[in-house]
Ligand binder design. Structure first.
Ligand code: RB5
Length: 146
């Protein structure tokens, strides 16, 4: 599985640690930046990861900024993206099972690296359940297409 990862200047350290963690587990991680702690704008990275998912260059994405809010809002403006901010693993798992999220986001100023790893593990190991949830996800897509 190919994972796109993106972050702003606030989250470079957390991104690097997560990347190493995921690569050690055998995932291919494509890093869309930012690469330095010089001030940068989260919409750039949110959009880059979102576009890579829609084009099929990566299978899913992880986005990190200070809160996870700005970068996920940016990604959600791209058609076909379902990104959510999670600060704990339960919502992360359910967001895949019920909402078929293709991006998980969190805040480097909100949670620590160990919580981030747990969130990512639960999310990556969960599968969309389809069924009644498919109809609701289709309704979200219909809003996007209005
Ligand atoms: C940058 O200071 C901060 O605004 C950004 O990382 C993020 O938290 C925005 O949602």
């Amino acid at each position: 599985m190919k994972i796109g990862i993106g972050n702003d200047h606030v989250a470079v350290d957390m991104k690097n640690e997560l990347k190493e963690y995921l690569e050690a587990k055998g995932y291919e991680v494509v890093d869309f930046g930012a690469h330095s702690s010089e001030k940068s704008d989260y919409p750039v990275y949110g959009e880059a990861v979102a576009n890579a998912i829609v084009s099929g260059d990566v299978d899913c994405g992880i986005l990190i900024c200070g809160t996870g809010v700005g970068i996920s809002l940016s990604a959600n403006k791209v058609k076909g993206i379902r990104a959510c901010v999670c600060s704990e693993p339960y919502s992360a798992k359910l967001s895949k099972q019920h909402n078929n999220t293709n991006i998980i986001a969190f805040g480097a100023r909100v949670i620590g690296i160990e919580m981030a790893k747990m969130i990512v593990d639960e999310w990556l190991n969960a599968s969309f359940e389809g069924g009644r949830h498919q109809r609701r996800v289709d309704m979200i897509t219909a809003i996007e297409n209005k």
